[in-house]
Structure formats: C-alpha cells, structure tokens
Design a protein around this ligand. Structure first.
Ligand SMILES: NC(=O)c1ccc[n+]([C@@H]2O[C@H](COP(=O)([O-])OP(=O)(O)OC[C@H]3O[C@@H](n4cnc5c(N)ncnc54)[C@H](OP(=O)(O)O)[C@@H]3O)[C@@H](O)[C@H]2O)c1
Length: 292
C-alpha cells in the first residue's frame, strides 16, 4: 500500500479517486490515458457536466457520471477542473453555495488544467486553507499516454503533493515542474503546440498526395517520419543538437537541402516561433478574461 505522509494528513494512493469537473476533450483524454496506463481503475473515476453529451464517453470507459459538480467534490480526492477558463469562477462559486468548503477532505488536491488561469486566481477560491492547488498544462496525447505535462504549485505545496503528481503524470508521458511565469509559453508549445504538429503532418501528407500517393499511404509515411524524428531527437538529447541532426541528413547539393531551402524561403521556422508566441498571448488573455 502506497501512502504519502502530508502535513495535512495521510494521502493513500490505493484510495485515489479522480473526479473531473467538465467532461470535454481534455477530461476525456486524461481519463483514457490514466485508465490505459493503469494509474486508476475506471470505477474510481467520476465526471460531471451539465449535459450528457460528453458524459457518454466516460460511461463507455466504465466511469461514473453525474450532472452535479457537488457529487464529484464528495466522491474524489483528486479534483481535475477541466472547464473552459472563463467558466471557472462561476463553477467554483456554484460549488461554494452548495458545499461547506471547510468539510472537504484536507488531503484533496485540486488540479486546474485551464489555459491561462493563474494560481493566484485559483487560490482566491479558498477551497480549504490546507488543501493543495495545482495548475497544470498538458495536451490531448494524454489519451495515448504520450502527454507532455507541466505543473506549478500554489502556496500550499507539500512534498507529498509533488509525489502524487509524479504518480499521476509520469506514467502518461513526460512531466516537468515549471515556474508559473512560463506556463503560458508551455501552452503555446504543448497544449496548443500539438495542433501545430498535426498541421505539419497534414502538410507533409498533402505533399505526398499531390505527387500521386494514396492518402492513407501518405499519412503513414508522414506520421512514421515525425515519430522517427521525435524519437531520434529524444535519444540524442544532451548529446547532439537538433541542428546537428538536421545537418547529418544534408549532403551537399542533395535532395534534403533542396527541400530545406524551400522551408527556409517560406520562413517555416519563424512561423512556428510566431505560432507559439500567439498561443502564449492568447492564453494570457483567456486567463485575464476569466477574472472578469
Ligand atoms: N482541448 C485541449 O486540447 C486542451 C489542452 C490543454 C488544456 N485544455 C484546457 O482544458 C479545459 C477544457 O477544455 P476542453 O477543450 O476539454 O473543453 P470542452 O471540450 O468544451 O469541454 C468543456 C466541458 O466543460 C463542461 N461544462 C460547462 N459548464 C460546466 C459547469 N458549469 N460545470 C461543469 N462542467 C461544465 C462542458 O459540459 P457539456 O459536456 O455539457 O458541454 C464540457 O464537458 C480548458 O480550460 C482548456 O483551457 C484543453
């Protein structure tokens, strides 16, 4: 039995129960990933949403569902807040009017996945003076246990909370701690960035189709090429720079240089840098909008 001793009591991993407030894209990806990785059993997961349209996917996974956020609060010791950033204020105020926050189990961990919403705003909700509040950002590759997750902690951050986060996020990809000031950059690179990768894949696949390959074959080639590039880059981390890996494929006057010249002429790298910046700014704006 794995137990973490926290200053606010004992967190027993064997009794972990995860509750999602909000059951959309992100919540579903997280539930799928955790169940697939064996982090939690489906009968220890509950999700709430006002309508049943997204809850059906949780039912299919074997999880409990409810239209009451209060039920989620009562049934879970890890609460994932997965509503749109501008909804958080009203969702928490609604909870507050139905539940005495003083009665929430002290070991409960609140985890917000909302883009842009700062910890200071989350902590203003005063869930419970001794309860940990964590802000994370991740992406939909969670469903395939290949997420990139970053987390930062509020003022109540026990070593045991960090251990619980490691148990939650390491089996479903990579997990890093980041200073909160960089969380919106992470939104641009990973939360949103995964869509930039889909766009690149689409472009590569279109390139093959344009020259006569069937779509499915073209998709297979594009996907495996990106996967191979990612794994090779990962295997070489700290050993060879990305530029060296690229250089290693470029023979003078060869085919790769011809293609790379086209990418450079069309400023693809600069476009990606601007895309990360645009997402980062939008995340800041959404966080500010949530305050209104
Ligand atoms: N999607 C991504 O790739 C991604 C990546 C990183 C972070 N995020 C963050 O994840 C959060 C959710 O995004 P999403 O893409 O999953 O959105 P989504 O698919 O639109 O899902 C939002 C969910 O919130 C539910 N909801 C609305 N009002 C509610 C209320 N009062 N109480 C409880 N649930 C309520 C919706 O209910 P219904 O099912 O009834 O409509 C829906 O299930 C956002 O804050 C976003 O910034 C998303």
């Amino acid at each position: 039995m794995i137990r973490f001793q926290c200053p606010n009591g004992q967190f027993s991993w064997d009794k972990v129960s995860i509750g999602f407030i909000g059951a959309g894209q992100m919540a579903q990806a997280m539930a799928k990933g955790w169940i697939k990785a064996g982090v939690v059993k489906p009968d220890r997961v509950v999700a709430s949403a006002p309508t049943n349209r997204n809850l059906a996917a949780f039912k299919e996974l074997g999880c409990s569902t409810t239209n009451s956020n209060v039920d989620v609060l009562k049934m879970s010791n890890i609460i994932i807040i997965a509503v749109k950033p501008h909804m958080i204020g009203s969702v928490v105020e609604d909870l507050r009017s139905n539940v005495d926050f003083g009665t929430i189990k002290k070991q409960t961990i609140f985890i917000s996945v909302a883009a842009g919403v700062p910890l200071a705003d989350l902590e203003k909700f005063h869930f419970n003076a001794v309860t940990s509040v964590v802000r994370i950002m991740t992406n939909v590759a969670f469903a395939e246990c290949q997420a990139m997750t970053a987390s930062c902690f509020g003022s109540v951050a026990y070593p045991c909370t960090k251990e619980v986060l490691t148990m939650l996020f390491e089996p479903v990809g990579s997990h890093i701690s980041l200073p909160e000031s960089l969380m919106n950059v992470f939104v641009g690179m990973s939360g949103s960035g995964i869509a930039f990768m889909f766009s690149l894949l689409e472009g590569m696949s279109d390139g093959g189709v344009r020259l006569g390959l069937p779509r499915e074959t073209s998709n297979t080639i594009a996907i495996q090429t990106m996967l191979g590039a990612s794994l090779l880059a990962q295997a070489n981390m700290g050993k060879r720079k990305l530029a060296e890996l690229r250089e290693s494929v470029c023979s003078p006057g060869g085919t790769t240089m011809a293609g790379l010249y086209t990418l450079e002429k069309n400023a693809v790298k600069a476009a990606l840098m601007e895309a990360v910046e645009a997402s980062c700014k939008r995340s800041e704006e959404l966080g500010c909008a949530g305050k209104k």
